[in-house]
Design a protein around this ligand. Sequence first.
Ligand code: SAM
Length: 184
Amino acid sequence: MRKSKIEGYRSRAVYKFKEIDEKFKILNNVSNVIDLGAAPGSWSQYLSQKIKNGKIVSIDLLKFESIRNTTQIIGDFTNNDVQLMIKSYFKKKIDLVISDMAVNTTGNKNLDSIVTGELCLEAMRFSIDFLNGNGRFISKIFMGSSFNEIVAYAKKAFKDVRIFKPLASRKDSKENFLICKKLR
Ligand SMILES: C[S@@+](CC[C@H](N)C(=O)[O-])C[C@H]1O[C@@H](n2cnc3c(N)ncnc32)[C@H](O)[C@@H]1O
């Protein structure tokens, strides 16, 4: 049986997030969080265990089983009404946005990485607008044609920008994570 199943997580994706948290301490002093592309829910499960007094909102196109201490929004994050719904739920700027959003529909890896890059940029634009000054933004990003542009955009908006490939991320995948702290 898989380690994730034994430990009660819905996906092995949790181990990537755990590594990111342990290395970059992204959950220190964090209480209000948005988890984008949350289904089936392992990152939100981890957040729910770690954040006791706060608000966690988990968003995905797909329905998934509810998780204690979290609020679910089912919808397309790129939709303006969905973004307004998130903002009205928190009513104030927040501490952390995490995004594991990805598409995998075309079968063409380059095209998938471009579309996933667009999702990352959309999540970053939202975060720049809705994070507090000490806020953090973590996002999946693929090595591909839009990689340099996305990193440059992140560096304009945040003082501290790192790229990290967790050991739990498959070595043959182009997946990396963008770790951004402190808005300029
Ligand atoms: C790799 S999975 C996320 C796994 C999740 N982090 C976990 O730990 O269980 C990527 C998710 O992004 C979602 N997604 C892709 N585009 C989206 C969008 N525009 N709005 C919301 N969710 C989206 C997909 O439906 C999919 O469930």
